[in-house]
Design a binder for this molecule. Structure first.
Ligand code: NDP
Length: 249
């Protein structure tokens, strides 16, 4: 039986790496993203490599669009039993300069998005008596200057994960969070740009402070997602796994 996974924010970066890895693991994957062209390009690359992928355009903060993409993924690929809440945005600023719009935007994509997606997909997991919910937290959940919105949202996802684990555990569903450290992606490139620093210099400086002496790549996260989505991880639930090249707490 082919398992069906939905990965949000899968057009690029970490989400694209997770979708590609899940396809290589034998799952059929629905790639949900605001960026339809990017999601299609990633889905095409997965198909070229012999995998099964479906690109679906949606904003995870929109209840109707979420319900529509979950229905389309189910109709075209089968009932989804693996969900990765990966869609994310940054709207960094110090609290005294942060606008309400930037607070709300970040809360909405990470928290409202994870809630809507998980609520829509869990019915299929409960029906199958098997499921995996994986949400992308961050080391920023522990506090990070300029990210009062993002760190609150990423800490919120940890509480969300633990509660989903408690509520859905009796139905064979696990919920876990991955909290990455610095991963080279468009998101961290945008951070370097905003700070006015060269990306290579930025990553070199972060690598120097990281115990394993390098920054992360999206595959560092997709390797962990692959394990958490597997049958072998069935007794791992409600956990937050920091994947940051060293201890974070
Ligand atoms: P990217 O910015 O490279 O990719 C994020 C993707 O999510 C984009 O394709 C974006 O689409 C999409 N997206 C944004 N908002 C929505 C929405 N409302 N609905 C659907 N899709 C949306 O990010 P990364 O790959 O770097 O990060 C992925 C996840 O990992 C995020 O949750 C991030 O917070 C988390 N993370 C990343 C770290 C890093 O160092 N990179 C560290 C810790 C956590 P569009 O291009 O149209 O905006």
């Amino acid at each position: 039986m082919t398992r069906v996974a939905i990965v949000s924010g899968a057009a690029r970066g970490i989400g694209a790496a997770i979708a590609s890895r899940f396809a290589a693991d034998g799952m059929a994957v629905a790639l949900v993203d605001l960026d339809a062209a990017g999601a299609s390009a990633t889905a095409d690359a997965i198909a070229q490599a012999g995998g099964r992928a479906l690109a679906l355009e949606a904003d995870v903060t929109d209840e109707a669009q979420v319900s529509d993409v979950v229905a389309r993924a189910t109709a075209e690929l089968g009932a989804p039993t693996v969900l990765v809440n990966n869609a994310g945005i940054l709207r960094d600023n110090l609290i005294f300069k942060m606008t309400l719009e930037d607070w709300d935007a970040v809360m909405n994509v990470h928290l409202r998005g994870a809630f809507l997606m998980t609520r829509a997909v869990q019915a299929h997991m409960v029906e199958a008596k098997w499921g995996r919910v994986i949400s992308l937290s961050s080391i920023s959940a522990l506090g990070n200057r300029g990210q009062v919105n993002y760190s609150a949202a990423k800490a919120g996802l940890q509480g969300f994960t633990k509660t989903v684990a408690i509520e859905l555990g009796p139905f064979g569903v696990t919920a876990n969070a991955i909290a990455p450290g610095f991963i080279a992606s468009d998101m961290t490139r945008a951070t370097a740009e905003r700070m006015g620093v060269d990306f290579e210099e930025f990553t070199a400086a972060v690598a120097k402070e990281t115990p394993v002496r390098r920054v992360g790549v999206p595959e560092d996260i997709s390797n962990v997602a692959s394990f958490l989505a597997s049958d072998e991880a069935s007794f791992v639930s409600g956990q937050v796994l920091y994947v940051a090249g060293g201890p974070s707490v």
